[in-house]
Design a protein around this ligand. Structure first.
Ligand SMILES: [Cu+2]
Length: 506
């Protein structure tokens, strides 16, 4: 711990893990969604020297500073002293107003499970059932989940709540639901036959317990092989007493693997090979990007519910602090700065970082076989089967051209529900990808690099964030990315993507 900060109020707040002091020292509360007209347009088209702190943004968020012991929330930086509270943004607070409480949890592409208050209890209805989940546009799989999706809808509660979860089994076989990690009365633990009789098809079982803890939890079937079909969902518990530093965004990405073989839309639970990879029930590029504002403090909770495989999750362009694992937040003295964190089956890790580096950043599992579905991509010897070494060596300046087509018999699997050799990206497919506002302004070729367990962390200056997330302006492909290069990069060296790249033939 260092003692260089002159802002005693903030330091006390950070030490005590309460918002009370910073609320007093904050002065005028900043606007949560400032108007884009408030002075951010002056960078438009700028291609000069690199910018550091946007003064207008700082002006609006006057309860937080831009600089902390050499760390800036607006430019890549880490500070000088690894023991500083602010090294790599460690305890740098977000913009969120303390009185607004914890940032709502956002699991892209998943719904939240609604509840009603009954006698002081939050009552939920959860329905295990067969669901049709669209992993990619046009690729509908018959898997199992809850309330119409896999993962099921997110249960979001607060420490101290009492919950009643009414589970009605619509599966064609018996099940139970386990509340993973909770310290609850054993009869509600959901351990199939160990702690309760199975819930038979059509029957209902009511789970009711107090939430003592906060952190990253989930629910899942406790019939082991049902897990492989997708029977899981988030159960996020916010702390009763806010824990600093406040984050502006609280995302969750739930990683799964499935084995869905030729001519099938049903998962093979006996498989040890997994060809479909999903984040919150979708594969890249259909997994919706996470979009944040430049300078925000961001939390991402990652959870691995794959049957047998682990995921080293890597974020480009930033260094994050690992602040917690499944079920608990770590004391800040135990936080670890990383850019890749290995998350094993049934484990979770919470990342926190200041989004101080604008851009569209890859956020993905680093297992090469998880970075695409079906473990195939058109590179290397597979697409050069008709060539031989002599042809390559004959002319070192000009190698044999690669035939960029999908008609190579090497990967023809009759009836396979997806193009085995690369992903067929039809016009309809691409339309579905680009119809989401979170994708607007990304490079025209962005979808081609996102497959399997890959998504994007988009860090946008406030005015660009507003254009993408709040307006219905027409945003040309690549325009937001190019503007970020203009402001923060080297536009002289930047080439925009071809607008009509071969989607099916690349
Ligand atoms: Cu992986």
């Amino acid at each position: 711990m260092t003692h260089e900060s002159t802002d005693n109020g903030r330091r006390e707040f950070l030490k005590q893990g309460t918002f009370a002091v910073v609320a007093l020292s904050a002065g005028t509360a900043m606007a949560q969604e400032p108007s884009p007209a408030a002075g951010h347009q002056h960078h438009e088209g700028h291609s000069g020297p690199k910018l550091t702190t946007p003064p207008s943004v700082e002006h609006q968020h006057d309860h937080v500073a831009a600089e902390y012991d050499g760390f800036s929330r607006y430019v890549p930086s880490r500070g000088n002293d690894p023991d500083s509270d602010y090294y790599i943004g460690k305890l740098v607070p977000g913009f969120r107003k303390p009185e607004d409480g914890p940032a709502p949890f956002e699991a892209p592409d998943l719904d939240k499970l609604p509840f009603v208050m009954k006698d002081g209890v939050k009552e939920f209805h959860l329905v295990p059932q067969s669901v049709e989940q669209e992993f990619l546009p046009g690729y509908k799989m018959n898997v199992w989940g809850f309330n119409g999706s896999t993962p099921g809808p997110t249960i979001e509660v607060t420490q101290g709540d009492r919950v009643r979860i009414i589970v009605t089994n619509e599966l064609p076989e018996e099940t139970t639901v386990h509340w993973h990690g909770f310290e609850l009365p054993v009869q509600y633990d959901g351990s199939h036959t160990l702690t309760q009789n199975p819930i038979k098809p059509g029957q209902t079982f009511v789970y009711e317990f107090d939430i003592h803890e906060y952190g990253t939890f989930w629910y899942h079937t406790h019939v082991a092989m049902q897990e492989t079909h997708g029977m899981v969902g988030w159960m996020i518990v916010h702390p009763a007493k806010p824990v600093g530093p406040p984050v502006d965004r609280d995302f969750g990405l739930l990683f799964q693997n499935f084995a869905i073989l030729p001519n099938q839309t049903v998962n093979d639970s006996w498989s040890m090979d997994w060809n479909w990879h999903t984040i919150n029930g979708r594969s890249g590029p259909y997994a919706t990007p996470l979009v944040v504002k430049h300078g925000e403090r961001v939390r991402v909770r990652i959870m691995d519910f794959s049957p047998v495989q682990h995921h080293p999750i890597h974020l480009h362009g930033h260094t994050f602090w690992v602040t917690g694992h499944e079920g608990a937040r770590m004391p800040s003295s135990a936080w670890v700065p990383r850019n890749t964190e290995l998350i094993a089956v049934a484990q979770a890790s919470d990342f926190e970082f200041i989004a101080n580096n604008p851009g569209d950043w890859m956020f993905h599992c680093h297992m090469t076989h998880h970075m695409m579905n079906h473990m195939v991509k058109d590179v290397g010897p597979h697409i050069r089967q008709t060539d031989n070494v002599d042809q390559y060596l004959a002319n070192l300046d000009s190698r044999p051209a690669v035939r960029m087509t999908h008609d190579d018999p090497g990967f023809a699997v009759p009836g396979y529900p997806q193009g085995m050799k690369g992903m067929d990206m039809s016009d309809e497919f691409m339309k579905a990808i680009w119809s989401r506002r979170e994708f607007m302004g990304m490079r025209a070729t962005a979808a081609m690099s996102l497959m399997g367990l890959m998504t994007t962390m988009r860090v946008l200056p406030e005015d660009l964030y507003h254009r993408v997330m709040k307006t219905d302006e027409t945003i040309e492909k690549g325009s937001i990315f190019a503007e970020i290069v203009n402001r923060f990069g080297n536009p002289a060296d930047y080439k925009k993507a071809p607008m009509h790249m071969m989607h099916g033939g690349m």
